[in-house]
Design a protein around this ligand. Structure first.
Ligand code: 2BA
Length: 109
């Protein structure tokens, strides 16, 4: 048994959940926040048999897309009279950040 922890863009999450459900995977969506952009993303938990792991990863790959986002860097410490013109920095986000973990034990009560 494996647990897939997949951090995806929130705009991809519902489509991914539907695709997983169609293919017979059980999943849970958690609303999360990225530490760098401080923007909302979604974390999808999928518990699956090891034999079905690659299929789940393929579904994630097919439903999660790379996006370009812009972040305003923190302003530097300024001396009096200095002018700082903020320039957004381009950041590539996604498609998905995926961690696969072994599950020691799985119970449903
Ligand atoms: P965020 O932390 O908001 O990061 C968004 C994107 O910003 C990242 O996209 C990456 O391209 C960039 N980024 C992150 N930290 C950076 C830094 N210190 N300097 C420059 N650029 C940086 P992704 O790598 O696709 O990550 C998307 C989201 O997945 C992340 O949102 C975070 O919520 C999660 N994530 C990614 N790697 C992780 C990890 N090793 N552990 C836990 N969560 C992770």
């Amino acid at each position: 048994m494996k647990l897939i922890v997949s951090i995806v863009h929130r705009d991809d999450a519902d489509q991914l959940l539907r695709a997983l459900q169609r293919e017979g995977y059980q999943s849970t969506k958690i609303s999360t926040t990225g530490g760098f952009l401080r923007a909302g993303n979604s974390t999808i938990l999928i518990g699956t048999e090891e034999s079905l792991l690659e299929g789940a990863l393929k579904t994630i790959r097919e439903n999660c897309h790379v996006r370009t986002e812009y972040v305003n860097p923190l302003p530097p410490v300024m001396e009096p009279g200095e002018l700082y013109i903020p320039r957004p920095v381009e950041v590539q986000v996604g498609g998905a950040t995926v961690f696969v973990m072994d599950v020691d034990r799985w119970e449903k009560f």
